[in-house]
Ligand binder design. Structure first.
Ligand SMILES: [Zn+2]
Length: 282
């Protein structure tokens, strides 16, 4: 076997990159853009955390080389056809190219089976929804949790001050699941160093505090009713989001996620006036 990758736990290996990748006894967890970095480690199966193209960039390549692709059931359509994500982002209309983040662009890949059917090979599936509908983490028998995009570590917040979330309530619940799990190391989808178990609580707390700050900011803002567009702009300015079309369209989904979360908690209301949607604090 090649010595490629960084040893973590007793058996697991870690390949760091744009998207971090794990490997344990023939099973690859997420993929970066270049399959050649995995050297000659045998790859029989590829487990995908979720349907964003930056997490399955070389899955199609690996499948052509004989690997089986496994993805969460709710994410499979996105892995097979990245256009689904792109259209969903733009309310199913066809967006122009500059509106689409590169994390949604990539080569689709047939999914051979679903994560909930996965058994064995020393890897357990841990559902961690919220970033996307069916997002899953994968926990190896030797204690390494690959958490995909469920947890944004402190170092990543500077570049991504408004992490994409379709359901902030589910993100919070999944962060609680992570904090309650038994493991030795956590490898986030992005960011370089793996976290030791003792360090994870602080990163979880930080992630939840940043989310609470967005919710509190929105509640205060909506003392005076705002349109969806005004709420998106105010939150983007508040967190210091960079200003470009791709970031804007990601923020549209995430801020709508927060608004809907507050609405379901009964803290704000939604109404339509003069054909514009308004959100206001109760
Ligand atoms: Zn993602």
């Amino acid at each position: 076997m090649s010595e490629a990758g960084i040893p973590l736990g007793s058996e697991t290996r870690l390949f760091t990159g744009l998207t971090n990748t794990g490997w344990l006894s023939g099973v690859l967890i997420d993929t970066g853009p270049d399959a050649s970095v995995y050297g000659d480690v045998p790859i029989t199966d590829v487990l995908i955390t979720h349907g964003h193209a930056d997490h399955f960039s070389s899955a199609a390549d690996l499948r052509r080389s004989g690997a089986r692709i496994v993805a969460p059931r709710e994410e499979a359509a996105l892995v097979e056809n990245p256009e689904v994500n792109i259209r969903g982002m733009f309310s199913w209309a066809r967006p122009s190219d500059e509106m689409v983040t590169k994390m949604f662009r990539g080569e689709g890949c047939f999914v051979d089976s679903f994560s909930d059917e996965w058994r064995g090979h020393g890897v357990e599936v841990v559902p961690l929804p919220g970033h996307t509908l069916g997002h899953c983490g994968y926990l190896t028998d030797d204690g390494v949790l690959f958490s995909g995009d469920a947890l944004y570590v402190r170092a990543v917040w500077e570049r991504h001050p408004l992490p994409y979330a379709i359901d902030p309530g589910l993100v919070r619940a999944s962060l609680g699941v992570i904090d309650g799990l038994d493991f030795e190391w956590l490898v986030p989808g992005h960011g370089t160093a793996p976290l030791s178990r003792a360090d994870v609580g602080g990163h979880v707390e930080h992630h939840i505090a940043r989310m609470d700050d967005v919710s509190a900011f929105l509640l205060a803002l909506l003392a005076e009713p705002c349109t969806t567009e005004q709420a998106i702009a105010a939150v983007s300015r508040h967190v210091g989001l960079s200003e470009n079309a791709a970031q804007y369209w990601l923020a549209v989904t995430t801020v709508k996620g927060y608004l809907s979360d507050l609405l379901r908690q009964g803290l704000i209301t939604f109404s339509v006036r003069h054909h514009a949607g308004y959100w206001g604090a109760v």
